[in-house]
Design a protein around this ligand. Structure first.
Ligand SMILES: Cc1cc2nc3c(=O)[nH]c(=O)nc-3n(C[C@H](O)[C@H](O)[C@H](O)COP(=O)(O)O)c2cc1C
Length: 344
């Protein structure tokens, strides 16, 4: 497989949807959209099993990040984002059905079972969200300072609410500064931990790989892709926390919107829902022509999470911290081929 193949996942031929195919054939096609979801370190920690009339979503714990995500929270959020893409594609192609989270208490890794209801066919639903799936990508560059329109803010809040989550928008310079201080503190704490650096370095990959974060997604010139092992070595070996903290703090205060997405509970079901809400928020931003990227450090460092919650009216429980604005267009990152994630 080469780089081109791993990026070709983004060009799903939507006309190829097997309208008259079996449910199993339709599910297999829909998974092409699920795998375009964002995931922590582009770990893509999901697997799908087509079982006759149902599609099952499993957590792939072999891909979990034990240092930065010891409870599997970010893993479940990533899988929730994939589930939302799947649901969106289902609506778009008219396969209305049901997605039951955690259908079997004896199988905690079985995150959702999706079934179709052939009596309900409404092709063309959720078109705006659907069209945004192959366009969305994380943009880690600086954003223009121009304010976000109030209509976008309302649409983002609605997107989170429709999926059972809340979205707090930090707009004033004072609160943004307070959030930026937490982000910088999170960076310094994380980078001072050699185990964190080692794990991060393991996921800094070449653009030819099918997972992980390639250098170009972090702002490294694409021609320097061959330096990926050297960059991973630097990250693994040196505490660059102060430099990262300064850069992230500038990115945060310079972004038109900082948005914290959260849920009323903090358990695997809430994390899965948070992932669905996250992806809905990201797709709405994309549909409005806006970019987003993640600054999750104050959520990943347990001591900082309540402080971030305290800055929003909701308090419990922050799950994802985003910055939203418009930047120089970013490039898509690779995806694992569908054969790697389908279980038979
Ligand atoms: C739960 C979650 C947490 C993430 N945390 C971070 C983060 O702290 N910093 C960052 O730069 N990207 C973060 N990301 C973004 C991923 O690195 C990104 O989704 C992945 O590399 C795939 O790239 P794409 O979003 O452009 O498709 C996170 C994504 C998810 C779903």
């Amino acid at each position: 497989m080469n780089e081109q193949t791993h990026l070709s996942a983004w060009r799903v031929p939507k006309d190829a949807f097997p309208k008259r195919g079996t449910h199993a054939e339709q599910f297999k096609f829909l998974v092409n959209y699920a795998l375009l979801a964002p995931s922590i370190h582009n770990s893509q920690p999901w697997r799908f099993r087509v079982t006759g009339e149902a599609l099952e979503l499993f957590a792939d714990r072999k891909r979990s990040l034990r240092v930065v995500d010891p409870d599997g929270r970010a893993l479940a959020i990533s899988c929730g984002a994939a589930l939302f893409n799947l649901r969106t594609a289902m609506y778009y192609f008219g396969c209305v059905g049901e997605a039951r989270p955690f259908p079997d208490p004896r199988q905690p890794d079985l995150l959702a079972r999706v079934t179709l209801d052939p009596s309900k066919l409404h092709p063309g639903g959720w078109t705006e969200l659907f069209n945004a799936i192959p366009v969305r990508c994380t943009n880690r560059g600086p954003f223009e300072p121009r304010e976000a329109p109030p209509a976008l803010e309302a649409a983002l809040r609605d997107a989170a609410r429709l999926e059972g989550a809340w979205l707090a928008l930090f707009k004033s310079a004072r609160v943004k500064k307070a959030v930026a201080l937490l982000i910088a503190e999170g960076d310094r704490i994380q980078f001072s931990n050699p185990r964190f650096r080692r794990e991060l370095a393991q996921w800094l990959h070449s653009a030819r790989d099918k997972d992980g974060v390639p250098g170009y997604a972090k702002g490294v010139n694409e021609l320097l892709d061959f330096t990926a092992p050297a960059i991973a070595y630097l990250v693994r070996t040196f505490d660059v926390g102060n430099g990262v903290a300064a850069r992230d703090s500038d990115l945060a205060t310079g972004s038109p919107l900082l948005a914290c997405l959260g849920t009323a509970r903090d358990d695997p079901l809430a994390w899965l829902n948070a992932g669905e809400a996250l992806q809905r928020v990201l797709l709405v931003a994309t549909a409005h022509g806006f970019d987003a990227s993640f600054l999750n450090q104050p959520i990943e460092v347990p001591a900082l999470r309540p402080k971030l919650g305290g800055l929003s009216a909701h308090k419990y429980y922050p799950q994802v911290l985003l910055r939203i604005g418009r930047g120089v267009p970013a490039k898509h990152t690779p995806r694992r081929p569908i054969e790697d994630i389908l279980i038979y």
